[in-house]
Design a binder for this molecule. Structure first.
Ligand code: SF4
Ligand code: SF4
Length: 389
C-alpha cells in the first residue's frame, strides 16, 4: 500500500488582505493558470492536507477542490483570513468534518493594522463564531507573532480557549512564498517573554495536546533568536507543498522556489521518484534556514516524538514543584541578556536580508499581468466581478 503523505495545496496566490509581513497580495496568480481539478486528482493519498493561499476562498470552485481532496486525505484543514464569511459557512455546511484556521493577528486594532483589511477582526471573529454555532468542531485561530502584536498573544489565546478553539502560532519568516526577505523581530526579549507566558498557560492546562503546543512555542523562542532547529527538517521526504502552477516543492520556507517536478505534466510517481526530486531532498538535508512553522514542525514532532515528549515530561514535573518554564532555559536568551552576544550578531543569524532580490514564485504569464496593473488592482477587480455574478 502507498505510504500516506502530508501535503499542502496552495490553490491560489490571489489575496484580498494587505498584511505587513507578507507581500503575496502584490503578486497574484492568474486564475486560468491555477491548479485544476484534473491535477488535484493526481495527488497521492495523504494523512493530512492543508489548503491554503493567498486566500483560498477567492476561488469560487473551492468546494469542488475539497470534494476531490476528501477522497484522498484523512484530514483537511483550510487556512483563511476569514473575510468571505458566506463562502466559508456554505463550504462547512457540506463538509462539517473539515478544519478551519482563521488568521487573526491580535486584538481588534492590532489585527486590522497588520492585516490591512477594514473590519478584518470582526469579519474573522464573526465567521468563527458562526462556524462554532453551526457545530463545527475543528476550528481555530492562527497568529503570526511579531513586535507589534506580541502583547496580544496571551489575551488572544484566552479568547480562543473560551471558545474551545485551537490556537496556532507562528512568527515572521522570509521566503518566496511570502514574497518577503526583510521580516525580522526587533525586540526579541519582549516577544520571547510573551511566548514564555503562553508556554506557561499551555503547560498549566489539562490538555496533553496543549503541552505539545507549549514545546512548539518554546521552539519559536529558539527560532526568533536565530538558532538551529530543535528538530530535523524532513520536508520533501514524506511532506510536500504544491503551488497554483502544479509545481511540487519541499516547503514554503526557501528563499527561492525549489521545484521537485510538475504535476500538470507528470504523474505523481514520476515526479516523486525523479532525479529533480532527489536533488531537492539533498538541498533540504543541508538547508540552514531553520524555519519553525507548523507545516514543517508538526510532522517532525510526530516522527521524533521522544524529543518533545521528554521536554513535556520535564516541564510538567517542574510545574508540580511550582516551578514555571523560563525563556532563560535557552542558552542564547541568557547570552543575550548577559551581553555575550549583540543584537547585530543575532540579526545576522536570521533570514532577514535587506538587499535580497525577491523571487515571488510567479509564472511568466502571471507576472506579465503586473506590467499594466498592480496586484491589488487585479485582485480587487477580480473580486468585484465575482460578487457581481
Ligand atoms: S499573510 Fe495570508 S492573508 Fe496576509 S497577505 Fe499573505 S497570503 Fe494574504
Ligand atoms: S528549514 Fe526546512 S522548511 Fe525551512 S526552508 Fe529549509 S527545508 Fe524548508
Amino acid at each position: 500500500m502507498q505510504k500516506k503523505l502530508n501535503g499542502t495545496v496552495i490553490v491560489t496566490y490571489r489575496c484580498n488582505a494587505r498584511c505587513t509581513m507578507c507581500n503575496r497580495y502584490k503578486a497574484p496568480s492568474k486564475p486560468e493558470e491555477e491548479i485544476s481539478i484534473e491535477t488535484i486528482k493526481k495527488l497521492p493519498p495523504m494523512y493530512f492536507t492543508n489548503i491554503t493561499g493567498g486566500e483560498p476562498f477567492i476561488r469560487t470552485d473551492l468546494k469542488d477542490i475539497v470534494r476531490e481532496l476528501r477522497k484522498k486525505s484523512d484530514r483537511i484543514v483550510i487556512s483563511t483570513n476569514g473575510f468571505f464569511t458566506d463562502r466559508i459557512v456554505d463550504l462547512c455546511k457540506e463538509f462539517p468534518d473539515i478544519g478551519i484556521r482563521i488568521s487573526i493577528e491580535g486584538l481588534e486594532q492590532t489585527n486590522n493594522e497588520i492585516r490591512g483589511l477594514d473590519d478584518g477582526f470582526n469579519r474573522g471573529y464573526t465567521t468563527l463564531k458562526k462556524l462554532v454555532d453551526m457545530g463545527m468542531k475543528d476550528m481555530g485561530f492562527g497568529m503570526t507573532v511579531q513586535d507589534k502584536n506580541a502583547p496580544d498573544l496571551v489575551p488572544l489565546y484566552k479568547l480562543s480557549d473560551e471558545l474551545n478553539m485551537e490556537f496556532a502560532t507562528a512568527s515572521l519568516h522570509n521566503s518566496f512564498y511570502f514574497v518577503e526577505a526583510k521580516n525580522i523581530i526587533h525586540d526579541r526579549p519582549m516577544v520571547a517573554k510573551n511566548f514564555e507566558d503562553l508556554v506557561n498557560e499551555l503547560l498549566n492546562s489539562n490538555s496533553p495536546k496543549k503541552w505539545f503546543r507549549a514545546y512548539f512555542n518554546h521552539g519559536l523562542i529558539n527560532y526568533i533568536y536565530g538558532q538551529k532547529r530543535l528538530l530535523p527538517c524532513d520536508m520533501s521526504f514524506d511532506t510536500f507543498f504544491i503551488d497554483p502552477y502544479g509545481d511540487v516543492m519541499p516547503c514554503n520556507g526557501t528563499k527561492d522556489k525549489e521545484v521537485m517536478g510538475n504535476l500538470n505534466r507528470q504523474t505523481w510517481d514520476e515526479l516523486w521518484n525523479s532525479p529533480e526530486a532527489e536533488a531537492v531532498r539533498k538541498k533540504v538535508r543541508c538547508c540552514d534556514r531553520d524555519c519553525w512553522m507548523i507545516g514543517s514542525v508538526s510532522p517532525a514532532m510526530h516522527k521524533y516524538i521522544w524529543i518533545p515528549l521528554l521536554w513535556v515530561l520535564r516541564h510538567k514535573l517542574k510545574f508540580w514543584t511550582k516551578k514555571k518554564y523560563s525563556m532563560y532555559e535557552n542558552k542564547i536568551v541568557r547570552d543575550y541578556r548577559d551581553g555575550k552576544v549583540t543584537k547585530e550578531e543575532l540579526d545576522k543569524c536570521s533570514t532577514c536580508d535587506l538587499c535580497a532580490a525577491i523571487n515571488d514564485g510567479l509564472s511568466d504569464v502571471s507576472r506579465e499581468q503586473l506590467k499594466n496593473m498592480s496586484g491589488e488592482e487585479i485582485v480587487a477587480a477580480d473580486i468585484k466581478s465575482q460578487m457581481g455574478k
